[in-house]
Design a binder for this molecule. Sequence first.
Ligand SMILES: [Zn+2]
Ligand SMILES: [Zn+2]
Length: 143
Amino acid sequence: MKNFKISHNFSRKDFSCKCGKCDNEFRISLTIVGIVEHLKGKFNKRIKIVKGYLCEEYSKEVYGHDKDYHHFGKAVDLIIEEVPLKEVFKEVESMSEITGIGVYPAENYIHIDIRDKDREIWVKERSEKIPMSDRLRTQYDLL
Ligand SMILES: [Zn+2]
Ligand SMILES: [Zn+2]
């Protein structure tokens, strides 16, 4: 794989498929890259892209289909080192271009995507996606 910079702080390998079988296939929306750069500027901490693009095979393996936003290059799962999940959540919730937000407390990361639909926010609990509610906001300190 040829690595190359795609923005000031990020390169292809940050967003490419990490299945280990494909040649680090890669597709990412510049809107997503812009969002991640914004978060970098806001918190000035290392951002780890847990999951960026997923190739077709990996997408099918993980989700059972290839219609997920990661495969479209429109989603990332990320951890911002030294920044509490709730701070990251507060920031991404304030950004209107982000239309999908998933909070994964067990894994300590946040999924964001730019789906072309009404905004959806959820928390992953015991491998289930639960729509955000007051109870969850209180429970995970996401107020
Ligand atoms: Zn792959
Ligand atoms: Zn995700």
